[in-house]
Design a protein around this ligand. Structure first.
Ligand SMILES: Cc1ncc(COP(=O)(O)O)c(C=O)c1O
Length: 407
């Protein structure tokens, strides 16, 4: 027996209506700016025949990005994961390193890959970032470092984490993959801790197809990382350290330069998208769109909602399924938490004891397509569906259960 009105039936694709979007709208659709300029650069690259190995565009990208971030050293790399691995090694981390579990898996893999144990630490559910008091509790005699993640571009509690690192003689690295353009106490993210790592993956705020960088004000550290990203080569034939291939190519740097030139306009567009969603989705019981600090710079790349299923009457996962049926490819970042993924899960079977905030957020967070992936009309359409689903949460939830039972 149908519990819903005919109107809702005709509207919701999961119940047999037409999907809102014929082609799916993804979270993290690439932002591509200055296409003409990019193509001119690609032609120059081909004419020059200098495709990689610290070419002129990589050097220009490094200079311009360092200026933008106001840091002494910007070491471009082939991706954020390799940048993390190189930074971890160059900092001499070993044994155990404290990291959040509520992050993209690469933060932990970059440690585990080189035989360092990630010790998962809980986040503060209000900020989604490492809780410095919890970090203190997770330190042991084997710990050599802390990696904070500026999740969604919102900086960690940098001052408190720096104090923990200082008190306990720990290396401090920030995974700033989401935070290009964000600021902390008026200073751009990039110059904090011993070093910070960016990702310029296609889905990121600043995109170089694939790409990343380690940024630091420590010149010796930067010099060591420049060697490491190039097999340890110091000039022709002269290998002076262990290294791998972490180089960024010229075409990637060209993309970075073209996108960097328009960064203010992209932030403006991202902010409009974010504010439009926020205005449309406020006042719905059980739904909160996370806030960015008005007193700081943000890149507004992510539109992150928290769903309180008790209040909405419908599970976050059901909402995701409903949105996917509409062609809105909302994501459950970072479900189920890195500690629940292989190879880590065996060791963290009692995680609800250590990681209650992480466990809670993994059930609540829903990311909507934001940034330049959507225009104002699409934001309004997506918001309308979300509002409608949440207003009828309990009814729709019952209906889905009945449908699954029948199926
Ligand atoms: C928080 C975080 N850390 C690390 C990475 C890895 O970056 P990449 O994909 O450039 O290797 C990503 C994204 O992919 C990320 O979101």
């Amino acid at each position: 027996m149908a519990l819903l009105s005919e109107d809702l039936y005709s509207k919701l694709a999961i119940l047999g209506g037409d999907p809102l979007f014929k082609s799916p709208i993804h979270v993290g659709r690439p932002t591509i700016r200055n296409r003409e300029q990019f193509l001119i650069r690609v032609n120059e690259i081909l004419n020059r025949g200098w495709l990689t190995n610290n070419g002129p565009y990589v050097q220009e990208f490094e200079r311009k990005a360092a200026d933008y971030l106001d840091v002494r050293n910007f070491v471009a790399m082939c991706n954020g994961t390799t940048a993390l691995e190189i930074a971890i090694r160059a900092l001499g981390m070993h044994g155990e390193v404290v990291v959040p579990s509520f992050t993209f898996v690469a933060t932990a893999h970059a440690l585990q890959w080189q035989g360092i144990k990630p010790v998962f630490c809980d986040i503060d559910p209000r900020t989604h970032n490492l809780d410095p008091n919890e970090v203190r509790r997770r330190l042991s005699t084997r710990t050599t470092g802390i990696i904070g993640v500026h999740l969604w571009g919102r900086p960690c509690a940098i001052e408190e984490l720096s104090q923990v690192a200082l008190d306990h003689n720990q290396r401090l690295l920030f995974d700033a993959s989401h935070a290009f353009g964000s600021s902390y106490r008026g200073r751009r993210v990039g110059g904090f801790g011993d070093a910070e790592v960016f990702s310029f993956h296609a889905t990121k705020f600043l995109n170089t197809f694939e790409g990343g960088a380690v940024v630091t004000n420590n010149d010796d550290l930067a010099a060591a990382m420049r060697l490491m990203r190039n097999f340890g080569f110091s000039g022709f034939d002269n290998v002076v350290s262990l290294g791998i291939n972490g180089k960024m190519s010229e075409v990637e740097a060209a993309m970075g330069l073209s996108n960097l030139a328009d960064i203010d306009a992209v932030i403006e567009q991202n902010r409009d998208t974010y504010c439009r969603y926020r205005a449309a989705l406020t006042g719905i019981p059980g739904l909160e769109v996370i806030a960015y600090d008005d007193n700081e710079d943000s890149n507004f790349q992510y539109v992150v909602c928290e769903i309180d299923s008790e209040a909405t009457g419908i599970l976050r996962d059901d909402i995701v399924e409903i949105l996917h049926a509409e062609g809105v490819m909302a994501r459950r970042y970072f479900y189920p938490g890195v500690h629940r993924m292989a190879p880590y899960r065996a060791e963290y079977s009692d995680s609800s004891r250590h990681l209650p905030g992480t466990e809670q957020l993994c059930q609540r967070v829903l990311c909507l397509p934001g940034g330049t992936a959507v225009d104002a009309t699409e934001v309004d359409q997506i918001s309308e569906i979300v509002r409608m689903v949440l207003r009828n949460g309990r009814t729709i939830s019952n209906e889905l259960r009945a449908l699954r039972h029948e199926g």
